[in-house]
Write a protein that binds this ligand. Structure first.
Ligand code: AMP
Ligand code: ZN
Length: 480
């Protein structure tokens, strides 16, 4: 299996640290808002990577954090007049709903920054003892970048270049830095902010330290794969490497994987440019399976431009798969009944001549799918192989065919769709009464000011493919 490693800038053969096991860490979102579809890209991609490893028989330990202490969270908490925790808990819950609707499996562990402070204090202390970090007068602790000789190896930046770039830059409040490249490990609290006691000051951690500490705690000093969007290469991942390798004296991650940006009009989708769609907004228009399928239609390292044309194409592609699967399941059921009635099981096991050839082609296509996935997870080519398989099923699975063949091709398509995280069964038809009963429950919850319950019901309806709209005339609903 080959993986493109940002560290070496080439594709490398995947060799796990421990045979049969994959230790994988993916940087998760900062939780102060609903996630946008750019944030969903790494979730879908690395969930698919995980699924493929599992298909190959690996045991995957998959850790992904939620950053729940951050300036943006604090700002939102102040605006709403609530504790930061209220904000982070709310958006973690919302994020989990979106993940579920995208069929992104929960990680083995989703650590929260606020629950890992003791580990962070310990790693910072180790770094100070080893001369890799220092506390300034005001209690801020900085990582001493010059002490880590390999700084820049991931982003392929040269420290001298960085230095000259920073020369003109004077950041207020960071006068205690020995060097402009040094970065914050711990910083003093400001009025009204959440804080923790430490040896240096009452304060809170910098962003980078949490991932080094969580990876160490849940996966160990050395991990196989560390992943995230390409905007994280510098400085976040570069700093993680510096912290972890300086503290643990071991190489941190063997492979560094980075997804390209989801763009809109060729610009990165981001909160700051205000050119984003939340996953929730897309769910109002499409089944989120379509969004997942859209993301897999491109190679994960390429930029992917979001637009109605490609989404429609993905919707149609998905529909083609579902239609073929409906037919195969129907045929299979019918054949099973026939075999049962005739009690001639042996003959049904023998493929007819045409099926023998089709079964050969099927095997080749499974091989093609796997080869694509093993070439740095080329899901675009894997999806093409899947479509060829659907075409094959449409022509070679016949009314007068055998149960054996129909079963085999149906199972093959199901298995590959499962790797891609694509559900092949249509959602059960939801009855109007069922929807209306849930809406009534939601209205009651709102009346009692139980907004969490009201939101939970809205999300439940969403997973059933029902979209709500609060209008002046009351609540309206439609099928997505
Ligand atoms: P953030 O909450 O900004 O730290 O982002 C969470 C994850 O989403 C990180 O892995 C980012 O690299 C990734 N990400 C953010 N915006 C985009 C985008 N437009 N396209 C792809 N990935 C993104
Ligand atoms: Zn991280």
């Amino acid at each position: 299996m080959k993986i493109y490693n940002t560290l070496s800038r080439r594709k490398e053969e995947f060799i796990p640290l421990e045979p049969g096991k994959v230790k994988m860490y993916v940087c998760g979102p900062t939780v102060y808002n609903l996630i946008h579809i750019g944030n969903a890209r790494p979730m879908v991609i690395f969930d698919t990577v995980r699924r493929y490893f599992e298909y190959k028989g690996y045991e995957v330990n998959f850790v992904s954090n939620f950053t729940d202490v951050d300036d943006k969270i604090i700002k939102k908490a102040v605006e709403e007049g609530v504790e930061s925790e209220v904000i982070s808990q709310r958006y973690i819950a919302e994020c989990k709903k979106d993940m579920e609707a995208l069929n992104v499996r929960p990680a083995t562990k989703h650590p929260l920054a606020t629950e890992e402070i003791p580990g962070m204090l310990q790693m910072i202390q180790t770094l100070i003892e080893k001369g890799h970090a220092y506390a300034a007068k005001d209690g801020t602790v900085y990582f001493r970048v010059k002490s880590f000789k390999e700084y820049g190896k991931l982003s392929h930046k040269n420290l001298d270049e960085l230095q000259s770039g920073f020369r003109e830059l004077k950041v207020t409040g960071e006068e205690g830095k020995e060097d402009p490249n040094d970065f914050v490990l711990w910083k003093p609290k400001k009025e009204g902010e959440p804080y923790w006691e430490s040896l240096w000051c009452q304060g809170r951690p910098g962003w980078h330290i949490e991932c080094s500490v969580m990876a160490k705690r849940y996966l160990g000093d050395q991990i196989d794969i560390h992943a995230g969007g390409e905007d994280l290469i510098f400085p976040h991942h570069e700093n993680e490497i510096a912290q972890s390798e300086a503290a643990n004296d071991k190489p941190f991650a063997t492979y560094w994987m980075h997804n390209g940006f989801l763009t809109i009009d060729s610009q990165k989708m981001s909160k700051s440019l205000n050119n984003f769609f939340t996953v929730r907004e897309i769910a109002d228009k499409y089944d989120l399976q379509v969004l997942r399928f859209f993301m897999l239609s491109a190679h994960y390292r390429s930029p992917l431009n979001f637009g109605a044309d490609l989404m429609e194409a993905s919707k149609n592609g998905l529909e083609r798969i579902l239609t073929a699967m409906d037919r195969l399941r129907g045929l299979e059921e019918k054949k099973r009944a026939e075999v049962k009635a005739s009690a001639k099981e042996e003959t049904s096991a023998l493929l007819n001549q045409e099926e023998v050839l089709a079964a050969e082609t099927l095997k080749e296509l499974v091989g093609k799918f796997e080869a694509a996935m093993e070439d740095d997870f080329n899901t675009a080519d894997a999806v093409s192989a899947l479509f060829e398989m659907v075409k094959l099923a449409n022509v070679s699975a016949k009314e007068d065919g055998t149960l054996t063949f129909i079963h085999e091709i149906r199972e093959a398509i199901d298995r590959l769709c499962q790797i891609l995280g694509i559900l092949t069964a249509r959602k059960a038809e939801v009855l109007d009464e069922e929807v209306e009963a849930l809406i009534a429950q939601r209205q009651a919850a709102r009346k009692n000011k139980d907004f969490a319950q009201a939101d939970a019901i809205r999300a439940q309806l969403l997973t059933m493919g029902i979209v709500l709209e609060d209008t002046r005339e009351g609540v309206k609903w439609k099928r997505a």
